[in-house]
Design a protein around this ligand. Structure first.
Ligand code: ADP
Ligand code: MG
Length: 463
């Protein structure tokens, strides 16, 4: 039988297949296949493919269809045989390669991996490693929906929570998933601070010529997905807010996905321009709450397995019961406990976990200094340590000042006199008054109490 006849037969087979087989399988796996031989004596039809991967797929998923169609066109007595005929690279046409490229899982994964690195995304942060609990269910649902259809439904997506509760993990997981599902999309992941520095750099170095700024605009306005983590860092910075405002508008108008995170909702970011906070609030806002006990256990168990730590259940339960408000800390405690037990050559029990954690806590408390407290308070309120120590009585400075007094007193048990000397040489009674004021506010104002809790969390997790 001549080759052209085989071609004709294969064309007919393909025509029928196209009707009966799953269209996406047909498009992805049939190009490159052809009938190489029909053996009339042994009654064998040899269908050949371009790779083992393609052969396995066709054999597993399309066998039934091909068999049926061949029975109709060539004869029911023929058996099917699938082989691989590798073409010389130069002979492989783009059409043959194209769909296979996308469908080949290993290859797609490799591509996604190198792209993730280029875009600033950590491939460790995947949806599959993210434990879903009552505290993050909505945030998770929105994130997966965005990964399916970026720019289509929830735009912008604004995610907030206090530190260590999974914001960065979740938004990077969106990035990773988009790279897998929509490899053609261009993504940028940056922290607010990185964005800020880039703008400052472009302004400084671009003095007298605008190429740098133009390059920056082009870079950010040409993406399909823009992810800015901890966006509150740009608050109060005029040029950066201006730049971001225009970038936001351009992307938004072109239906490009924008994802932002912060430690509080847009309208509570004090020095953020109104035109930005209203835009940040115009799409979907979700938060992540502290994980409940069951979720904390689930997270620890999954870490325990993933890292093969072999921590026993009661030690895990103990750790879960002591750390409530920060998952990063939860994971760190598990690791520290396991490592310490191992270095002491002991089996990790609940008792050992408890004593190790007591020591860790003591060390940590001793690391907290006046400066580290004031640094976190200043950062939270968008003021400087100088403002806190200074004498100006503006409301924007008085509150952070009193909050600093409160935390120094609470976390270091220092005397009022010493605290007063440190915070701008104030007298004993000013400090007493300040601390009491904050204690009262915490009791009466729920939102403020949450704020204080968050700042405390920041102080505890700063290094
Ligand atoms: P944030 O950005 O809110 O400060 P991260 O995303 O950095 O918090 O999370 C802190 C750590 O906790 C990371 O190691 C992250 O993988 C882990 N983590 C947070 N939430 C979860 C979760 N739901 N499941 C598994 N790990 C989590
Ligand atoms: Mg983060």
């Amino acid at each position: 039988m001549k080759d052209t006849r085989l071609d004709e037969i294969w064309k007919s087979v393909k025509g029928e297949l196209e009707v009966v087989a799953n269209p996406s399988y047909f498009k992805a796996y049939i190009p490159g296949c052809y009938i190489k031989r029909i053996d009339e004596t042994d009654k064998v039809i040899e269908v050949t493919t371009t790779s083992e991967f393609q052969r396995n797929f066709v054999e597993e998923r399309l066998y039934g269809y091909i068999k049926e169609v061949c029975a109709k066109i060539i004869g029911p007595e023929f058996r099917l045989m699938f082989t691989v005929t590798k073409k010389e690279p130069t002979q492989i046409s783009i059409n043959d390669l194209g769909p296979l490229f996308k469908q080949d899982d290993n290859l797609a994964e490799e591509n996604a991996f190198s792209k993730a690195r280029e875009y600033g995304i950590n491939t460790q942060y995947s949806f599959s490693r993210f434990i879903v609990g009552n505290n993050n269910r909505l945030a998770y649902a929105v994130s997966t929906a965005i990964a399916d259809a970026p720019g289509k439904i929830y735009n912008p997506f604004f995610l907030y929570s206090s530190v260590g509760l999974g914001k960065t993990h979740l938004i990077q997981a969106i990035g990773n998933e988009i790279l897998k599902k929509h490899p053609e999309k261009i993504i940028i992941y940056k922290t607010g601070e990185e964005f800020l520095n880039e703008v400052i750099d472009a302004i400084q170095r671009g003095k007298g010529n605008s190429t740098k700024r133009t390059a920056l605009k082009k870079k950010y306005r040409n993406v399909d997905v823009l992810i800015i983590d901890d966006v509150h860092s740009i608050a109060g910075k005029d040029a950066t807010q201006e730049e971001f405002f225009h970038t936001f508008n351009t992307l938004y108008m072109n239906h490009k996905q924008i994802i932002l995170t912060s430690d509080r909702p847009p309208h509570e970011i004090r020095t953020l321009e109104e035109r930005l906070s209203s835009r940040f609030s115009s799409g979907m806002i979700a938060d992540i709450q502290k994980p409940d006990y069951e979720t904390r256990i689930a997270i620890l168990r999954s870490k325990n397995e993933e890292l093969k730590l072999n921590a026993p259940d009661d030690a895990i339960e103990y750790i879960a019961s002591t750390v409530e408000s920060n998952i990063r800390e939860l994971e760190a405690k598990l690791l520290q406990t396991v490592t310490t037990a191992r270095s002491q050559g002991q089996d990790l029990t609940k008792e050992l976990a408890s004593s190790i954690m007591g020591n860790i806590e003591k060390q940590k408390q001793s690391r907290i200094t006046y400066s580290s407290i004031m640094r976190e308070v200043a950062k939270y309120y968008g003021v400087t340590i100088k403002d806190i120590k200074g004498s100006r009585r503006l409301k924007t400075f008085v509150l952070p000042r009193q909050v600093s007094m409160y935390f120094i007193r609470e976390m270091t048990s220092s005397g009022f006199q010493v605290i007063g000397e440190f915070i701008g040489n104030r007298d004993h009674s000013t400090i007493v008054h300040g601390v009491e004021k904050i204690i009262d506010l915490i009791k009466t104002d729920f939102d403020f109490a949450k704020e204080v809790d968050q700042i405390k969390n920041n102080i505890l997790s700063s290094d």
